[in-house]
Design a protein around this ligand. Structure first.
Ligand SMILES: [Zn+2]
Length: 139
């Protein structure tokens, strides 16, 4: 039963002590409140069960904290990931540019070789034709 002092934790009666009931009441109130959906940015994110949060509007289901969608650990991890991406993204971009340059160079090197091969083949074919014609004439 709800009480004025400890709200929803009034259901515990006088058990567990006032301090614990106040702490639990605060956590429960926060977990039952609606939170901002990370996808549509509306105040429609609801707790489904421990760690599972679902948006009423866009139906997105996300994993989060047990009693709140984002925890301190989430914030720290996001910061680490962003710092890593900022550090690595330029390196990756430079590497991909180098790879493209190498591929272009390889294509440039390969192209003349093909032309030469074709030229050789056509010369050989011409020589063979000439021999065949000479053989035909001699007969
Ligand atoms: Zn949403």
């Amino acid at each position: 039963m709800r009480t004025k002092k400890v709200g929803t934790t009034g259901r515990f009666g006088n058990k567990y002590g006032s301090r614990v009931r106040h702490m639990v009441a605060k956590i429960e109130a926060n977990s039952r409140a609606q939170h901002v959906c990370p996808q549509c940015l509306r105040l429609t994110l609801d707790r489904q069960s421990a760690g599972i949060w679902k948006c009423k509007k866009c139906n997105v289901t996300i994993a989060g904290g047990a009693y709140q969608p984002t925890t301190t650990a989430t914030k720290i991890m996001k910061g680490e990931v962003e710092a890593f991406v900022e550090e690595v993204a330029p390196v990756v971009a430079g590497a991909s540019a180098a790879i493209e340059e190498t591929q272009e160079a390889v294509v440039e090197v390969k192209a003349p070789a093909k032309k030469k091969a074709k030229a050789k083949k056509s010369k050989e074919a011409a020589a063979e034709q000439a021999e065949n014609e000479a053989a035909d004439e001699s007969e």
